[in-house]
Design a binder for this molecule. Structure first.
Ligand SMILES: Cc1ncc(COP(=O)(O)O)c(C=O)c1O
Length: 389
């Protein structure tokens, strides 16, 4: 059966390929350790699971969640309270908040809500690969904006040709950044807002790692910046802070026109989030900030272990201060793929090659800290042994 041409433009999803590679090696009896995928292995806090179970018993919650198509009002109010408490941001639950099936869904539907066929959509390079796929599926043309180490992995808007900016209808950004771990500075937001205003570009500030920061890095929301609500939305998610990746729950906040447009797309596609998951989400946002503190302490220890091992084998760098990823320069004279392959062949440790995130990812690999401690220790021992030979 022939399938739609739009799919031919989309490269195979990075993690699908990796999963196949890992499965093949495991089938050959190899003890593979994957540090490639960012998916917390620790359980969702028990109180969240209990709230799901409790509310799932009520038949009222078995129906379509469409009566309030932007998400239950109680969920949106809780999001507003959480944004106020954690970021000092004021949001109107009626018009400025929308429940999502994770921020990945939000990225996709943002494109359908804003981008016309043929529009240029800017995205960072390296960048989260799903942006590219969503842009292509929505009929847009992805345009990579380099983010380089020497600029703190932030885009320099002056380098974007004005004829390109003039044809762009949207931009995707994400800080704390996947894959580089870089964090934005508050002073970056006015530049972004000015650029968006000058060219009438809608900002999709994808912020699912907003809570995962280290070494005194301030938690930031784009919505803290004056004028942010005029130019864009911020996506956020319960996946990473509350170990809820499989639950599929997040939120879009910000510009009311964009929120209404994404909501319209959702009404006509997925009809929203299962109510018991929204109740569990309310519980998480209200009661489980302790989980965030525990996870940051845990990732912090793992981060120190990896940085220590890398330093011992001669890879030293100043690590960015966000996300549970480390963006690591590969040894001189090797490409990202060569180093990734060598690691896999010699140690059975899988990492993501930087080029999987765009051509400016050359020279790097991404290591994820979301693996059990004992497996990470084992991986670091193998790497230490192999590269100190
Ligand atoms: C930058 C970025 N955006 C979105 C997502 C998806 O998050 P969610 O689980 O909320 O859909 C991820 C997950 O890895 C991510 O790295």
């Amino acid at each position: 059966m022939k399938t739609a041409e739009r799919l031919t433009k989309i490269p195979p999803y990075l993690f699908m390929e990796l999963r196949k590679k890992i499965a093949r090696a495991k089938a050959d009896g190899i003890d593979v350790i994957s540090l490639a995928i960012g998916d917390p292995v620790e359980a969702t806090p028990g109180g969240i699971v209990e709230e799901l179970c409790r509310t799932a018993k009520d038949p009222e919650n078995h129906r379509y969640p469409t009566d309030e198509e932007k998400g239950m009002m109680s969920f949106r109010r809780e999001i507003a309270r959480w944004y106020g408490e954690r970021y000092g941001v004021s949001l109107d639950p009626a018009g400025e908040i929308l429940g999502l099936i994770g921020s990945k869904e939000g990225c996709h539907h943002f494109v359908l809500a804003r981008v016309n066929p043929g529009d240029i959509v800017l995205m960072t390079d390296p960048g989260y690969p799903a942006y590219r796929s969503s842009i292509l599926m929505g009929g847009g043309e992805p345009w990579p904006v380099p983010i380089l180490a020497e600029n703190g992995y932030l885009p320099d808007f002056r380098d974007i040709p004005s004829e390109i900016a003039g044809k762009a209808s949207a931009i995707f950004l994400n800080y704390p950044n996947n894959p580089t771990g870089a964090c934005a500075r508050k002073t970056f937001f006015p530049d972004l807002i000015r650029f968006a205003r000058d060219y009438d570009i809608a900002v999709c500030y994808d912020n699912p790692y907003s809570e995962i920061v280290f070494d005194g890095q301030e938690r930031l929301s784009f919505m803290q910046a004056e004028g942010a609500k005029e130019v864009g939305v911020e996506l956020n998610s319960l996946s990473k802070p509350y170990n809820m990746t499989g639950w599929r729950i997040g939120m879009a906040v910000g510009n009311p026109d964009l929120i209404a447009a994404v909501s319209k797309v959702k009404e006509n596609t997925d009809s929203g989030v299962f109510n018991p998951i929204q109740y569990a989400g309310i519980h998480a946002l209200r009661n489980e900030s302790g989980n965030i503190d525990r996870m940051i302490a845990l990732y912090g220890r793992r981060r120190a272990l990896v940085l220590g091992t890398l330093a011992k084998i001669g890879i030293k760098f100043d690590p960015p201060r966000g996300t549970f990823y480390l963006w690591v320069p590969v040894p001189k004279g090797m490409s990202s793929i060569e180093f990734t392959n060598r690691l896999f062949e010699k140690t059975a440790v899988v990492v993501a090659a930087g080029t999987a995130y765009g051509k400016y990812g050359e020279g790097y690999i991404r290591i994820s800290l979301t693996v059990p401690d004992d497996r990470l220790k084992e991986a670091m021992q193998r790497i230490g042994r192999e590269f100190s030979k």
